[in-house]
Design a protein around this ligand. Structure first.
Ligand SMILES: [Zn+2]
Length: 160
């Protein structure tokens, strides 16, 4: 069984990396990695919050298809998605790999910066305290969460 699980994790990781490599941003260093765009790692087909949330839902579906928890998130800057995050908790055996954390890391890598000021996070669920703190430290401007697109405002550091 452990071998099976590792095989599945390896396949999932390969699929994830293929998705990353196949997603051009149109500008920046990451764009040179891309050739063809994967279905899940895409820009929205409709404008505005509903379109970004639809792609976050794609991330949720991708996570579920790969045997992970049902969460997805994207990071948006200047009207374009710059970071994609399916939950990777199970597939990466990483308790901190929530969809929002994956999306933050992806956006920072693609943009080549540790500051995501000017960005908005769209997440399929209300962020947990870890993800809200991560967004705070990244400088994310706003959180929008849930199917109804609730505007959660600026992320905050919560006192324990
Ligand atoms: Zn979280």
């Amino acid at each position: 069984m452990p071998e099976n699980h590792q095989d599945i994790a390896r396949l999932s990781r390969r699929a994830l990396l293929a998705g990353f490599a196949a997603t051009p941003l149109g500008a920046g260093a990451a764009a040179s990695q891309g050739a063809t765009q994967g279905a899940a790692y895409r820009q929205p087909s409709s404008d505005g919050a509903a379109g970004f949330m639809a792609v976050a839902e794609d991330m949720l579906k991708k996570a579920v298809e790969e045997g992970d928890q049902p969460f997805g998130a994207v990071v948006v800057k200047d009207g374009r998605i710059v970071g994609w995050g399916p939950s990777r908790v199970v597939t990466d055996t990483d308790p901190t790999a929530h969809a929002e954390m994956i999306a933050l890391r992806d956006a920072a890598k693609r943009l080549g910066t540790n500051s995501l000021s000017g960005c908005t996070m769209y997440s399929t669920s209300h962020p947990c305290p870890m993800c809200e703190a991560g967004a705070y430290w990244a400088g994310i401007d706003r959180f929008v969460h849930g199917r109804g697109g609730t505007d959660g405002g600026a992320p905050r550091l919560r006192r324990c």
